[in-house]
Design a protein. Structure first.
Length: 119
């Protein structure tokens, strides 16, 4: 998990000034939520950039998302909140409460950082 945060801090593929969700972030966030809910963790892993894949294997990603789903349940809805540095922040209503989804993507629309946690 700490490696994901390091990636988030060290990688600045682009700076976003506006606080309006972009079509690309919307598409990625929707896909991540849909795959998370259906248990398609390999699908989420397929969205990882090569850099992120160096820090988390497919097996580790599977365990990570499985444990998050055990803790939080399925995501019922998600809403874009803001851009914070180089990642989009979403508030998600899950079966077991509100959680935050943070994603950062590169210019090829691949995940360079992702985090699901309590707010």
């Amino acid at each position: 998990m700490k490696y994901l945060l390091i990636i988030l801090l060290l990688n600045s593929p682009f700076l976003l000034q506006a606080q309006k969700e972009t079509e690309t972030f919307d598409m990625i966030a929707n896909g991540v939520v849909q795959m998370y809910n259906s248990g398609d963790y390999a699908g989420i892993y397929a969205l990882y950039s090569p850099v992120l894949k160096k820090f988390q294997t497919a097996e580790e990603a599977n365990k990570f998302y499985g444990s998050k789903k055990d803790n939080f349940g399925k995501i019922k809805s998600h809403k874009f909140l803001k851009f914070q540095q180089n990642y989009g922040v979403y508030s998600c209503e899950a079966d077991k409460g509100t959680i935050m989804l943070r994603i950062s993507i590169d210019q090829q629309k691949r995940l360079v950082a992702i985090n699901l946690d309590k707010n």
